[in-house]
Design a protein around this ligand. Structure first.
Ligand SMILES: NC(=O)c1ccc[n+]([C@@H]2O[C@H](COP(=O)([O-])OP(=O)(O)OC[C@H]3O[C@@H](n4cnc5c(N)ncnc54)[C@H](O)[C@@H]3O)[C@@H](O)[C@H]2O)c1
Length: 351
């Protein structure tokens, strides 16, 4: 029987990957220690999702482990020798990192190294998929020429008509401490692929979203925005006239790509993964989309100052993913994704 080890299994992407691979008959092992609740407080708690996996996936095994625990990670990987490793555990917030630099770096950079080295020692042939981020590009995308449209910013240079490609520079820009710790993990994952010929890849995410995100103000853009709308709570908009653009991909489409890579891996690859231009929206466009579905006006407060290093316009160029894995494409539209998140907050989870 094939087995998969998923770190961050109680989070948005980790839990989706667990469900997806269980559906294919894999034995699923998850590692999570609910660190999200430590990073973001009770609203970030992911135990409910861990319980959901336990309830819905017969045979799911949860390992209560911190990825910073090197001996613990070596021990689990030695014992399981999984056929696939998917690494999604992280300190995921740009803004939070500055207050907790050691926790951030130890989790995102050293935790990733712990897993890579364990994989090299005990299952070097197993595909290793790492969730990276578009913040590895720092604020360099903000140097592109932009056009201001009525409700959003847009790239003025036709070279970027399809979005930001993987060849974009990661140097000489402001990353935030989070972006820097993710660069360290990203480059290590590439290096284990190139140097040791291990089947690794980095997925540089735009906005990853879906009904199982424990959205908080500091992480989980759409999930949190929708929660505010349903709750009648004020959403804070930070600068850029509210026209800053993000591309949104449903976690199911992320899991589908992870499967394609695992089935036909390459060594040390990098892919930008997001919703692409068709699934992109500005904050104000997101308000309108959500209002159209819930019928509730979005309360918000506009603050002049933007978040440090925040992208003004970012959407992923998906050409490389599509050319390497032609069976993969986006299957969930932005509208359908928002509807799922609305319904999850309304029906399944307390507000
Ligand atoms: N969600 C996004 O918009 C987005 C965008 C770009 C990149 N990413 C990346 O994708 C990955 C997954 O993101 P997500 O949205 O699913 O995050 P998430 O916070 O929902 O899930 C991460 C899980 O990892 C666990 N975790 C954190 N630190 C841990 C540790 N030290 N040991 C064990 N478990 C730990 C958390 O408790 C949480 O359940 C992360 O690497 C993140 O940086 C996410």
């Amino acid at each position: 029987m094939q087995s998969i080890l998923v770190t961050g299994s109680s989070g948005l992407i980790g839990s989706e990957v667990c469900m997806f691979f269980a559906g294919l008959g894999f034995k699923v092992h998850g590692i999570d220690n609910n660190q999200r609740a430590v990073f973001f407080g009770p609203q970030g708690d992911t135990r409910w999702n861990q319980n959901r996996l336990k309830r819905d996936l017969p045979g799911f095994e949860h390992h209560e482990l911190d990825i910073r625990d090197r001996q613990g990670i070596l021990g689990v990987v030695r014992e399981l020798q999984p056929t696939v490793i998917v690494h999604t555990a992280a300190q995921p917030s740009h803004d939070r990192a500055a207050a907790i630099p050691f926790d951030d770096f130890d989790t995102n950079a050293v935790g990733t190294l712990n897993l890579l080295e364990a994989a090299r020692q005990y299952c070097p042939e197993s595909p290793f998929i790492h969730m990276s981020t578009n913040k590895v590009y720092g604020d360099a995308p903000n140097r592109l020429r932009l056009t201001e449209l009525e409700s959003r910013w847009e790239y003025a240079d036709p070279e970027f008509a399809n979005g930001i490609p993987e060849t974009f520079t990661i140097d000489n820009s402001l990353h935030s401490l989070f972006g820097a710790s993710k660069v360290a993990g990203d480059v290590m994952v590439q290096e284990y692929g190139k140097y040791f010929h291990m089947p690794t890849c980095c997925l540089r995410g735009g906005c990853l979203t879906g009904p199982n995100h424990s959205g908080v103000e500091l992480h989980g853009f759409l999930s949190y925005l929708i929660k505010c709308n349903l709750d009648g709570r004020e959403y804070q908009v930070y600068g850029y006239k509210g026209k800053q653009v993000r591309d949104n991909i449903h976690s199911h489409d992320v899991a589908r790509f992870i499967y394609e890579f695992a089935a036909s891996p390459r060594c040390g690859e990098v892919y930008n993964i997001g919703g692409g231009k068709p699934n992109s929206c500005s904050i104000f466009e997101a308000f309108a989309l959500v209002e159209g579905i819930t019928g509730k006006a979005q309360k918000f407060r506009y603050l002049e100052e933007n978040r440090i290093g925040d992208h003004i316009c970012y959407y992923s160029d998906l050409s490389k993913m599509r050319s390497h894995y032609s069976r993969w494409d986006i299957t969930k539209s932005l509208d359908a994704t928002i509807k799922e998140i609305v319904s999850a907050w309304q029906n399944n989870r307390s507000l």
